[in-house]
Design a protein around this ligand. Structure first.
Ligand SMILES: [Mn+2]
Length: 512
């Protein structure tokens, strides 16, 4: 990887000269786990370091100038940024002007206005970097650096690398697929005391963790710290060697996660209420909703919920003292960043990419933003794009859903971004029982072709639709397959993506 040799030499020099090192991470899971892996590596080498993770509210994104200045005062000789830094031209200049070298370990897109002035940038996206795989998470990059520094891959930290990869929604292809697969095996060994304690408070009882456990159970709890209070709690949890401390930190994170979930639920309900009261669905193709003092740590998730519910892009803005901070999510094929760029004149700041973006705007400009975004959407967002679509990988007859088939499906794991669970399609299934609420908006029922029965999970919409049809109705279903362990018994569950009434003509030909 470009600059790996230089970075390795610089860290070795720092360790030899007993220089103080500051590791400056980011407050999300990737940043926190990346810092943790680097810290462990420096422990092994005998380096002396402190860590800094920004506070979402106080410091905002990326490298903190205040942290850099403080490091200067404290006689730090080397700063290593993890999961940030590639756009921190000015902050890095501040450090360099004080004679401090800066190593940047960042996997984010390169800025168009030039790289920071340092020889020590690890980022495979650099044009002349020959490293073949470009999709490593920041913790994945640290794993590579650790290998270079210690001479051996830090396999025992792959649980953290897997967490970072899944939490950052990096594609589970190429090297990431291997890192996550091996990382899940390490996680199953429960060697990291912090992760073990976190799994325990979250009641994650499994001997075979999967990417869902990383993305929906452990990840959000580690992230909750960065959203609600300080990401340091999460970092301490990952690094602790005391079971007692692990337990108490895990408890704090679990509580913070509960608070986050509560905020998320309340804000979502409020946002939905506003949409229902104010949006004219014939005219508005993008939803722009605002609320006073909505927690900034949840507005992105709320935007995703609105996209799910209303099948159109959504921007959710939290306002305070006349200024608003917003987060938006899009639908496939609609470029949200470009949409925001078309409103550049009335935005204070904006950034992001096709599917997700963030912005700051003065509250008084929000109505105008709504109008302009919808103007852009009118030109660039076709009603076709607003239709929910499910891509099916393969049609299956129910009798093909055997244990053997299930075993073969496992070879395709781990699933996630870039390698989604395959979606199957089967025709003419009936409901054997009325859908029963399992939790949240997940409902459970049994689907049958008359001979074979399958546990199936439906969402609220599908549940009420299917319950409203009469008992003899046949359905065609698109679904992915999950397995569930209960008291040592494995059952197959069809996770239904789409449910529609079977075409009556073809049903007749079968029954005839
Ligand atoms: Mn990252």
């Amino acid at each position: 990887m470009k600059n790996m040799r230089e970075v390795k030499a610089r860290i070795e020099k720092a360790v030899r000269a007993k220089e103080k090192i500051l590791i400056h991470g980011d407050y999300d899971v990737d940043g926190i786990t990346g810092v943790a892996v680097l810290a462990r590596t420096l422990d092994e080498l005998g380096g002396s370091y402190t860590t800094f993770l920004p506070d979402r509210e106080q410091d905002g994104y990326g490298v903190s100038e205040a942290a850099i200045r403080k490091a200067c005062e404290q006689g730090v000789g080397l700063i290593i940024t993890v999961d940030c830094g590639i756009t921190a031209k000015r902050e890095i200049e501040v450090a360099r002007s004080q004679g401090i070298d800066v190593i940047v370990i960042d996997h984010h897109r390169l800025p168009s206005d030039g790289l920071p002035d340092t020889h020590f940038i690890l980022n495979p996206l650099q044009a002349d970097c020959s490293y073949p795989f470009k999709e490593l998470s920041a913790a994945g990059l640290v794993f590579k650096l650790s290998h270079a520094l210690t001479g051996a891959p830090a396999f025992n930290h792959l649980d953290l690398v897997a967490l970072s990869t899944v939490s950052d929604v990096a594609p589970l292809t190429g090297e990431n697929r291997v890192l996550v697969k091996k990382g899940l095996e390490v996680l199953a060994e429960k060697k990291n005391l912090g992760l073990r304690a976190l799994a325990e408070v979250a009641k994650m009882k499994t001997t075979r963790p999967n990417t869902g456990h990383l993305g929906f159970i452990l990840g959000p709890r580690l992230n909750a710290a960065g959203r609600m209070s300080s990401a340091d709690t999460a970092l301490r949890l990952l690094l602790t060697r005391s079971p007692r401390e692990a337990e108490s930190l895990a408890r704090i994170l679990d509580e913070e996660n509960k608070a986050r979930q509560r905020y998320e639920r309340e804000t979502t309900q409020e946002a939905i209420r506003k949409v229902e009261q104010t949006v004219n669905f014939n005219r508005e193709r993008i939803l722009v909703v605002e609320g006073k003092g909505w927690h900034k740590g949840v507005i992105g998730i709320v935007a995703s919920r609105l996209v799910e519910k209303y099948s159109r892009p959504a921007v959710v803005i939290s306002t305070e003292n006349g200024s608003g901070r917003g987060s938006g999510r899009s639908v496939k094929g609609f470029h949200l960043f470009n949409a925001l760029r078309s409103c550049e004149a009335i935005l204070d700041e904006f950034g992001g990419h096709e599917q997700a973006a963030g912005l700051t705007v003065q509250a008084k400009n929000i109505p105008l933003l709504r109008e302009k975004l919808n103007g852009f959407a009118f030109e660039n967002l076709s009603p076709e794009m607003l239709k929910r679509r499910v891509a099916v990988d393969m049609a299956l007859r129910p009798e093909e859903l055997t244990d053997r088939f299930l075993e073969e499906l496992e070879f395709l794991e781990p699933h996630g971004a870039g390698n989604p669970r395959p979606v199957f399609f089967s025709e003419k299934l009936r409901l054997r029982s009325k859908p029963r609420r399992l939790y949240g908006d997940i409902y459970e029922t049994v689907l049958t072709d008359g001979l074979l029965n399958f546990h199936a999970q439906l969402d609220e919409k599908q549940a009420s639709f299917s319950a409203s049809c009469d008992a003899s109705t046949c359905f065609d279903a698109a679904y992915s397959i999950k397995t569930r362990q209960w008291n040592g018994i494995q059952t197959m569950v069809l996770s239904v993506k789409e449910l529609k009434e079977s075409d009556p003509v073809s049903v007749k030909t079968v029954t005839a």
